[in-house]
Design a protein around this ligand. Structure first.
Ligand code: FES
Ligand code: FES
Length: 162
């Protein structure tokens, strides 16, 4: 039952969705916007598979009500690629470092890593681990994920200081 409209900016485009007032943001973005990078893992805020950025900060979209997104700016994995379909450096680093196996957790990890790689303050490996602690992976053992984030962070800082 649709009983409420929500207008927000998703991946750079202003969108209006008709939603059930009880819907989660992950339901709205997957079901109404067709953004399949958002995974339903636990649906209770424990695994991070549904992580998106809301006004620049990572949130578990499964426990964020869609109505709270009114007026917000949302970024999902789909928003990282160019319109020509070229993937971003952090996505490429996950591939290059072997940080993707089944891939279920990958979009959530990448979205959780965006504030780290966009920061001008270098994060240690321990700090990277702390910042992605809300994301779970059953396949990779985490080291390759941290490698990919650390590599991209160093690359971005080097590019900004050139
Ligand atoms: S599906 Fe949202 S935290 Fe697990
Ligand atoms: S790559 Fe399979 S759950 Fe992380």
């Amino acid at each position: 039952m649709y009983n409420r409209s929500v207008t927000c900016t998703v991946n750079g485009k202003k969108r209006t969705f008709m939603i059930d007032v009880r819907s989660s943001l992950s339901d709205m973005l997957r079901g109404e916007a067709g953004l399949d990078s958002i995974k339903h893992g636990c649906d209770v805020g424990e695994c991070g598979a549904c992580t998106v950025l809301i006004d620049g900060k990572p949130f578990n979209s499964c426990i964020y009500l869609a109505v709270w997104a009114e007026g917000k700016t949302i970024l999902t994995l789909e928003g990282l690629s160019t319109t020509q379909g070229t993937i971003s450096d952090i996505q490429q680093a996950f591939i290059d470092e072997g940080a993707v196996q089944c891939g279920f957790c990958t979009p959530g990890f990448i979205m959780a890593s965006i504030p780290i790689i966009e920061s001008d303050i270098p994060a240690s490996r321990d700090e990277i681990k702390r910042q992605i602690a809300g994301n779970l992976c059953r396949c990779t053992g985490y080291e390759h994920i941290v490698d990919a984030i650390e590599k991209t962070q160093k690359k971005r800082i080097a590019e900004r200081t050139r």
